[in-house]
Design a protein around this ligand. Structure first.
Ligand code: NAD
Length: 298
């Protein structure tokens, strides 16, 4: 069977390398992004760059979007759904609100298409290496139709449930990560005040009941985990702006579904405040804010 014809919209930090991996794997990719630098890079990567979103979605088997937010996804879908061949598979890889993902899916199906929400984890490095994890929502039939293409861009592809449930997995995971980074950072700063060195903290907690991925793989203070952003002046990594966005989506979902999620709401507030001044720092730099605020500075 010949490879599917792909349309790819959104050639930013993530979408650019994802589209490049599809080209590399031999797919015919029509690509669109309004930013000239992104177009230029896509051309260098071997994609055929077109001059509108509609052109990238015309006569394609699969249309992939990797966009900043849910409003843009819905706006772009409003343009694309009437223009695409009936039965086109739309795969949205952006991280967006669960409600927006469900709305996008309803509109795609009403227009005669198939649809998956397929947000990712793994960051820019995972996008470049083709090792992203995809969390996918949609019908079993749509999932089967998208699996080969997702497997080119990812190392792990999980069918989480119906439309919107891929986004649900993404925000549940990232809410947990944001909460655990704040909790870990509070414990580290408390340990500092009580005379516990970072080395001894790590030595004990990394194998005790307070252990977490945030500590053992992404330690927010320099030393114990040499590859963590703390050793590189908190260069991301995973930027505070992105964690703030994801916690905002999680907070919306907590409210919309009546979940008594006080810690999740608080983590969203804590990162929202930190994001006002430090949006470009890695999210693990929250430990520096907690330390500063614990010294009485605001
Ligand atoms: P980005 O801002 O680098 O890229 C988004 C791209 O979309 C930009 O190049 C922009 O010009 C383009 N765009 C805007 N409107 C468009 C339109 N109408 N048609 C086509 N393209 C359009 O963002 P990113 O870091 O690549 O993130 C993309 C998505 O992936 C976001 O939803 C983000 O939350 C999610 N995500 C990012 C990371 C990460 O580490 N960067 C990790 C996981 C998930």
């Amino acid at each position: 069977m010949s490879k599917e014809k792909i349309g790819f919209l959104g050639l930013g930090h993530m979408g650019g390398p994802m589209a490049a991996n599809l080209v590399e794997a031999g797919y015919d990719v029509l690509a669109f992004d309004p930013v000239p630098a992104a177009q230029e890079q896509a051309r260098k990567d071997g994609a055929t760059v077109v001059d509108s979103a509609v052109a990238a979605a015309t006569d394609r088997d699969i249309v992939i979007t990797m966009l900043p937010n849910g409003k843009l996804v819905l706006d772009v879908y409003a343009e694309l759904l009437p223009a695409a061949e009936p039965g086109t598979l739309f795969i949205d890889c952006s991280t967006i609100d669960v409600a927006d993902a469900k709305e996008a899916a309803e509109r795609a199906v009403a227009a005669g298409h198939r649809v998956l929400d397929a947000p990712v984890s793994g960051g820019v490095a995972g996008a470049a290496a083709g090792t992203l994890t995809f969390m996918v929502g949609g019908t079993a039939e749509a999932f089967a139709a998208g699996l080969d293409v997702l497997a080119v861009m990812g190392g792990k592809v999980v069918h989480c449930g119906d439309s919107g449930v891929g986004q649900a997995a993404k925000i549940c995971n990232n809410m947990l990560l944001g909460i655990s980074m704040v909790a870990l950072s509070e414990a580290i700063v408390l340990g500092e005040k009580l005379g516990l060195t970072h080395e001894k903290f790590f030595d004990v907690v990394s194998t005790a009941s307070g252990q977490s991925w945030a500590l053992t793989s992404y330690c927010p203070v320099p030393g114990p985990v040499p590859a963590s952003p703390a050793n590189n002046d908190y260069q991301p990594g995973f930027a505070t702006a992105l964690m703030t966005k994801d916690l905002g989506l999680a907070a919306n979902a907590l409210r919309a579904n009546g979940v008594d999620g006080r810690i999740g709401q608080l983590a969203a507030e804590i990162y929202n405040r930190f994001n006002q001044t430090e949006s470009g720092k890695d999210f693990s730099a929250i430990v520096t804010d907690i330390r500063k605020r614990s010294e009485g500075e605001q």
